[in-house]
Design a protein around this ligand. Sequence first.
Ligand SMILES: *[C@@H]1O[C@H](CO)[C@@H](O)[C@H](O)[C@H]1NC(C)=O
Ligand SMILES: *[C@@H]1O[C@H](CO)[C@@H](O)[C@H](O)[C@H]1NC(C)=O
Ligand SMILES: *[C@@H]1O[C@H](CO)[C@@H](O)[C@H](O)[C@H]1NC(C)=O
Ligand SMILES: *[C@@H]1O[C@H](CO)[C@@H](O)[C@H](O)[C@H]1NC(C)=O
Ligand SMILES: *[C@@H]1O[C@H](CO)[C@@H](O)[C@H](O)[C@H]1NC(C)=O
Ligand SMILES: *[C@@H]1O[C@H](CO)[C@@H](O)[C@H](O)[C@H]1NC(C)=O
Ligand SMILES: *[C@@H]1O[C@H](CO)[C@@H](O)[C@H](O)[C@H]1NC(C)=O
Ligand SMILES: *[C@@H]1O[C@H](CO)[C@@H](O)[C@H](O)[C@H]1NC(C)=O
Ligand SMILES: *[C@@H]1O[C@H](CO)[C@@H](O)[C@H](O)[C@H]1NC(C)=O
Length: 800
Amino acid sequence: MKKLIEDIPYLLVLASLLSILKSSNATDTISTTQILRDGDTLVSSGGFFELGFFSPGDSKNRYVGIWYKNIPGKTVVWVANKEIPVTSISGILKIIEPGILVLLNDTNNIIWSSKMTRVAQTPIVQLLDSGNLVLREVNDNDQENFLWQSFDYLGNTFLPNMNCGWNYATGIESYLSSWKSGEDPAPGNFTLHLDPTGYPQIFIKRGNTTTCRIGNWNGVRFSGATDVRGKRSLYGLIIMNKNKTYYREDVLDRLVISRITLSQNGVMQRWRWVVVGTREWVNFQILPVDICDTYKFCGAYSSCNVTKSPACACLSSFVPKDPKGWIVENWSNGCIRRTPLNCKSDVFLKYSGIKLPDSRYSWFNESMMLKECEVACLKNCSCMAYTQLDISTERGGCLFWYGDLIDMRDLPVDGQDIYTRMAPSELCKNISKLAVDSKGKRRKILISSLTSLIGVVLLGLSSMLYFWKREKNDPNGKTEGSSSKDIELPLFDLSTISKATNNFSINNKLGQGGYGLVYKGTLEDGQDIAVKRLSETSMQGLDEFKNEVMCIAKLQHRNLVKLLRCYIQGEEKMLVYEYMPNKSLDFILFDKTKSRLLDWPKRFHIINGVARGLMYLHQDSRMRIIHRDLKASNILLDTNMNPRISDFGLARSFGGNEIEAKTGRVVGTQGYMSPEYVIDGLFSLKSDVFSFGVLVLEIAWILYKEERSQELVDTCPDDSQYVNEVLRSIHVGLLCVQKYPGDRPNMSSVVFMLGNEGVLPEAKQPGFFTERDVFPAESSTSTSAANLSCKMTITLPEGR
Ligand SMILES: *[C@@H]1O[C@H](CO)[C@@H](O)[C@H](O)[C@H]1NC(C)=O
Ligand SMILES: *[C@@H]1O[C@H](CO)[C@@H](O)[C@H](O)[C@H]1NC(C)=O
Ligand SMILES: *[C@@H]1O[C@H](CO)[C@@H](O)[C@H](O)[C@H]1NC(C)=O
Ligand SMILES: *[C@@H]1O[C@H](CO)[C@@H](O)[C@H](O)[C@H]1NC(C)=O
Ligand SMILES: *[C@@H]1O[C@H](CO)[C@@H](O)[C@H](O)[C@H]1NC(C)=O
Ligand SMILES: *[C@@H]1O[C@H](CO)[C@@H](O)[C@H](O)[C@H]1NC(C)=O
Ligand SMILES: *[C@@H]1O[C@H](CO)[C@@H](O)[C@H](O)[C@H]1NC(C)=O
Ligand SMILES: *[C@@H]1O[C@H](CO)[C@@H](O)[C@H](O)[C@H]1NC(C)=O
Ligand SMILES: *[C@@H]1O[C@H](CO)[C@@H](O)[C@H](O)[C@H]1NC(C)=O
C-alpha cells in the first residue's frame, strides 16, 4: 500500500489524509461481509479517487459512480448503473456469491451487476488510485487476474491507463459513449472508438455513421490533432498483438491530472486539472475543431482549410472528379489524378502540413526507414502513398496506403508529410495556384527571350575561358588579409587520420581539389569523414589554411559543409569534413547518365540551397564572407541531395562596411569569375553573385542541353510550374551575371526572386562584352557552347 501512496501527487495525499480522518463512513475495500450504502464511500488507497452514490445535475436519481476525491464539484469519471438508476437513497452495493458485485434497489432487486468471469474464493472490491474499480481474489493482486474491472467498461471519460480498443480474447470492445444529458449518464448518441483496421485510428461515431476521424497516433499526437503545447506530460501508445489492440495514455508527470471526455454532441475534449492558482479544469484540446474535421468532408485527394474559400482544394496534380458539383461546393466526389498512374515508373510527390488520410486501407512496418518506404511502395502498384509511421524517432517505420486518400485537412504547424504516388510527368506539372492564371503571356515572351540570352551567355563563358588562359600567369600575387586567431577546433593526431583513411590509400581517394587530395575515411566509431590533405606545394599557404579553418569553424548553416576537425603539423595540413556520399555537383551535372537522374525539383532544390548558403555567407553570418570560388565542384551533396557549399580557402571575411577589396593576385576558377575580378582584381559580394549566376545557368541550362527540352515541352504546358521554375531560375541567373556589379541583385533578393512569383527585372547585357573581349574561333567547339541548339525564337526581352 505504501508504494501506491508514493504514486500520487503529494498535495492530494495530504488533503486526502485529512479528509479520511474526517469522514467516518469511508472504507477502502468491500468484502463479502461488508456492504456499501448510499452515503458511504469507497476510497482508493492513496485517497485519489472515491466511489459512492450520487445524483447528476438536478436529478433525484441515484447512481453509483467514481470521482476525484479532492477536486471540488464531483467530476464523475465512471458510472456503474448508467441506464437504471436507484430511485431512492436506499441503494446497496455488495458482493454476492459466487463473486459478483451487485447494486440492489430498495426492493432488493439487482439493477446492476459486474460480469462474472469465474467462481471466486474470497473476493474483495477495491478502488485503485488509477480510478479503476476492481473485483479480485483477496490474495491475488495481479492485474491480469482481476475477476472484473471497471476499466473494461468505459463511460464518457477516458483516464490515463485505461484501454480503448479491442480485446480479441474476450471479444470486448472498450469505447467511450457520451451521456444522454448532464443528468442522465445512459449512453447518448455518440461513441468514440479505436478502429484497428489497417493502422489503428480513433473515430467518433453517431450510431453507425462516422462523424469525425481523429486519426492515428503518430508517436507524438493524433495525426488530426494539433500538438498539445508545453511540457509533454502524457505519453500515448498503441498496443497491438494477437490478443488485443488498444490505445492507452500514461502520465509522465505524476502531478498531472488529465482526462478525456466525449460530450453529448460528439466532441472529444481533453482536460487538465490545474493544481496551482486557479484550481480548475482547463480544456486544452477539442476535436472536431471545425467543419474540416467532418469525416470525408472534401472527398478523396482533397484537403480542407476553413480559412480558404472554397474550403476544399484538390491536392496539386489532382482535379475535381465532378467539376460541376465542385463548383457548387458539393465536394463529396473528391478529386482524381490528372494523369493516370503507369505503375512501374511512378514517382512520389511530397505534400506537407496535412492531417494524414484515413488509414483503414493501409499497411505498416514499424522497423523500416523512411528511405525504404518509397522503394517498398513503388513495388506494389496499389500502394498510393506512404509516410513515416512514428515521427518521434528517426527509424520511425512506414505507413502505406492502398486506396484513395480520403479525409485530409491542412494542418500547417502540426501536419505531416505524405508522399503520394504520381505519374512521372506530374513532377513537372505541379501547378501552383498562382502559376495558372494571367501570367501565361508573359511567360511565353520569357521563354523565347531567355533562351536566346543563354546562348549568348554560354558563348561568353567559353570566350572567358580563352581569355583566362592568356591572363593566368601572374604569380607574384601575395595573400592578404589573414589574421592569426586561435583555432578552436579539436585537433586530430596523425595516426587517427592515417588509420581512418587506410594510410591514405589510393583506394580511399575521393578526388583532387585545387590544393591537394581528398580521401574518404572511417573513424573507429563508424563515422565517415572526408580528409582534405593539402599538398606541400599547394597554392594554399598557412594563412589561407588557417583562414579556411577559422571561417568554416565559425559558420553553421545547413547549406555549408561542416568542418569536423583539423590537423596541422609542420608542412602537413589536413582538414576533416563530414563525408558527403553524393560527392560534388559537377560529378552529376557533367555526367551524361548521372545528370539524367537529377530531375528539375532536385535541381531547383540545389539552386535554392546554394542561394541560401551564399546569402548566409554574405549577410547572415557574423562576418561578411565572400567565397570567391563558387563552382559546381565546390557544391557537395549530402545523402538527401542537399547542397553544401565547401572550400573556403579563398574566402575573405570583412569587417564593418567594407564590401569591396582589391587583390593583386587573381585566384578562382575560370568561367565563374566576374569580369571586374578577372580584369581589375576587384572582388566583392557581387563577384560571388556572378559565380552563382553562372552556376544557376549551368544547372538550369544543362537540363535543356540534354534534349530534355523536348520532353519538357511535350509533357508540360506552358503554364506548368516546372517550366516556370526553370525559366525563372534562368532569368535570375542572367540577372546575376550582368556586366556591372551594381546591376546584379544581392543574394537575399536572389533567394526572394527564386522563391516567389512576380515580375523580375529585365536582365541587361551579361558581363562578357568588355572591350577587351574576344570571340575566339574555338568557342564553337569548346565545352559548353557546343550543342546549344535552341528551337525557340530568339528575341531580347522587351521592357515592361
Ligand atoms: C427495483 O428494481 C426492480 C427491477 O428493475 C423494479 O421492478 C422495482 O420497481 C425497483 N424498485 C424501486 C423501488 O424502484
Ligand atoms: C440523439 O439523436 C436523436 C435523433 O437525432 C435526437 O432526437 C436526440 O435529441 C439526440 N440526443 C442528444 C443527447 O443529443
Ligand atoms: C449498425 O451496424 C450494425 C452492424 O453492421 C447493425 O447491426 C446495426 O443495425 C446498425 N445500426 C444502425 C442504427 O444502423
Ligand atoms: C495471448 O493470450 C494467450 C492466452 O491467454 C497467451 O498465452 C499469449 O501469451 C498472449 N499473447 C500475447 C502476445 O500477449
Ligand atoms: C453531391 O454529389 C453526390 C454525388 O454526385 C450526390 O449524391 C449528392 O446528392 C450531392 N449533394 C448535394 C447536396 O447536392
Ligand atoms: C507544387 O508546387 C507548389 C509551389 O511550388 C508547392 O508549394 C507544392 O508543395 C508542390 N506540390 C508538391 C506535391 O510538390
Ligand atoms: C519490416 O521491414 C524490415 C526492414 O526492411 C524487414 O526486415 C521486416 O521483415 C519487415 N516486416 C514485415 C512484417 O514485413
Ligand atoms: C499489394 O498490396 C496489396 C495490399 O496490401 C495486396 O493485397 C497485394 O497482394 C499486393 N500486390 C503485390 C503484387 O504485392
Ligand atoms: C489555411 O490556408 C491559409 C492560406 O493558405 C494558411 O495561411 C493557413 O495556415 C491555413 N490554415 C489552416 C488551419 O490550415
